[in-house]
Write a protein that binds this ligand. Sequence first.
Ligand SMILES: [Zn+2]
Ligand SMILES: [Zn+2]
Length: 299
Amino acid sequence: MTSTPIALKNLLFVGAAHLAAIFAIVYMATIQFSWWTVGFALVWGVFSGISITGGYHRLFSHNSYTAAWPLRAFYLAFGAASVQNSALEWAADHRLHHAHTDDDLDPYNIQRGFWWAHIGWVVAKSDRKGVRSLVRDLEKDPLVRFQDRHYVALALLFGAGIPAAIGTAWGDPIGAMLVAGFLRLVIQWHATFSVNSFAHLIGRQPYSKRGSARDSLWVALMTFGEGYHNFHHRFQIDYRNGIRWYHFDPTKWWVWTAARVGLAKGLRRVPRERIEAARREAAGLIAATDATAPTGSTA
Ligand SMILES: [Zn+2]
Ligand SMILES: [Zn+2]
């Protein structure tokens, strides 16, 4: 087994953030507890979460719709608060993941095991070169370039500085920074990482048996709808991940609402017939395997 070089900076930050998240719970239990802080952390968590799912993922990585500049700025600010790299880096990694799912070039290749796909790749030194060539379209956006250039400052500002400043309004700046900053961050990390780990391991494959991506309701519940990952890998340009009305996909509802108020347009949907054809094809692969059995039907 070859050892993987460690990105020390990432490892230290990921470790320190987890300690700060644990301390946030201790702080609330023993030093100061405020419902204001808890409510504020929830709001910050929704803003940050939707900026990864609706912004970094469905907008910047997949161009599944276009967004007006105020919405893009919102995504870039709270995307930075999510401390998952700049939108440019995130999209480059993600496009590589889709182009090379399950092979050596897949940054979060599930074939290297659960922990690698979940968090190992974050703390390992990347030797990926030239992936910026995958995001030339995004580099044309001055807001995306600005966020990429000032990513660390923006992450500190929206991830910790502004939460602390807002917390002074109810006399709990430390609690606001710990809970809305670090506890929220660590929970959000593991939710996002679950798409790369659990949604490539556990769940159904109604749309494609090729590749490891799976539809997982549990992951959808944790990630504002990103768990319908088998559909997403089959039809990545669709702004929806859960296509049925009863699928839990708040990101889809958010983008749809943004379009209603003029902040988004050009929402791309794969035609129903193509989705049904994919579903039949995936089911057909099972039938083809079954057909080799003596009782196989030709119907
Ligand atoms: Zn995937
Ligand atoms: Zn994707």
